[in-house]
Write a protein that binds this ligand. Sequence first.
Ligand SMILES: Cc1cc2nc3c(=O)[nH]c(=O)nc-3n(C[C@H](O)[C@H](O)[C@H](O)COP(=O)(O)OP(=O)(O)OC[C@H]3O[C@@H](n4cnc5c(N)ncnc54)[C@H](O)[C@@H]3O)c2cc1C
Length: 403
Amino acid sequence: MSRLPVMIAGAGPSGSTLALHLATHGIPVVLLEKHPSLPVDLRASTFHPISLDLIAELDEWVIGRMLKKGLRVDCYQYRDRRTGETATFDMSLISGETGHPFRLQLEQYELTRLNCERLRKFNHADLRFSHEVTGYEEMAGGVAVTVRTGGGEIRLKGAFVVSAEGAHSRLRKQSGIGYLGFTYEEKFLVVSTPFPFEDVFEDFSYVNYVADPEEWCVVLRTDKVWRVLFPTTPETAHDEALLLSDAFIQARLHRLHDKDGDYIIRHRSLYPVNQRVAEVYYKGRMALVGDACHINNPLGGMGMNGGIHDAFCLGGKFDRILNHGDDCTEAFAHYDRQRKDVAVRFVQAHTIRNKQLMESRDPHIQRKRQRMLMDTAADPEAAREFILDRAMINCYRDSVATA
Ligand SMILES: Cc1cc2nc3c(=O)[nH]c(=O)nc-3n(C[C@H](O)[C@H](O)[C@H](O)COP(=O)(O)OP(=O)(O)OC[C@H]3O[C@@H](n4cnc5c(N)ncnc54)[C@H](O)[C@@H]3O)c2cc1C
């Protein structure tokens, strides 16, 4: 059994979860993060039930803190802004299928903080900040990773290297692995406000998909604030000054609810939106997880959750390779089949479709969609199936069952 560590580039949700998985299974691990501390960016805020189940199996302390800090969402809604019609999905319908029949609204940086805090209890886990991986090469029985540090460039030896670097993965590019798909022409605008939307909309759930032929939006509550995601147009995509201006943001929010005076804005960001999957999830002794191998639009909250599922799958393969002597090429090929198929067939397909339906400007399509959602929500068996799909339980099970 090799005692060289697994080197992981990137301490985001995928990398830090994989590191904790490896450490828990007695595998030496070095987690390298390029920033001097964990990034606090407002991106993913929804944890699906299956992700919570997996985290709970791995570490009781982490899940305990997450459940305490996060906001439990028992129902989510699809609204038609013009008619006020609402389809409400009650997640207790899947209580026989998961230990966590709810969505947990919690910032993704809370997970990375907890994972990294937990890693410190393992002597065989080494977390290093201000360590930016710049490349790697294979050597006999392992890899040599080049790392830029405040004190200059160093080389570290490992048994394997994992890129959890996010969408711009340098190791993926160095390995010549294509990132197939497309980038939408428009950007998404995300703003957060402490304004209590629950007081002005009747029966307002903490997760709302609001359809409107003129401007759809997603309204989510996190543990601290309400967050609203708006589309923008391809014509304005390069005009960041306009899209991030007070006037533009206040107008969007006032369309959602026309209150007196300005909204307090706590945070504003513009994000490019992509649909891409890596051609292959490994090469030799290098493997990819999370955004390094798949990105999608955030409608449905599947990016980070998919990355967490990758981390558990890949962690299981490392356990087989390093603790039980399985062949690494076969194990990685299995990981690739299990996780790439889900990314293409399920996550990409669902998120692309979600966006098409939300943005349709045809009132007939909008009405049909709202009717379909309301009919589904009203039928407990159909609603249960709908939720199992959207909660990523079906696709996770498919991936586990893939030979
Ligand atoms: C507006 C928005 C909302 C979203 N909402 C959701 C949601 O509700 N649910 C959901 O599931 N997903 C959501 N997502 C997607 C989610 O944010 C990403 O899928 C997730 O962050 C991916 O995690 P990751 O660990 O793979 O990569 P990242 O979060 O990008 O982390 C990469 C880490 O690697 C570090 N790094 C990069 N390069 C190097 C290097 N060379 N060496 C060392 N360190 C390096 C970075 O500093 C960073 O810490 C959303 C995304 C956006 C933009």
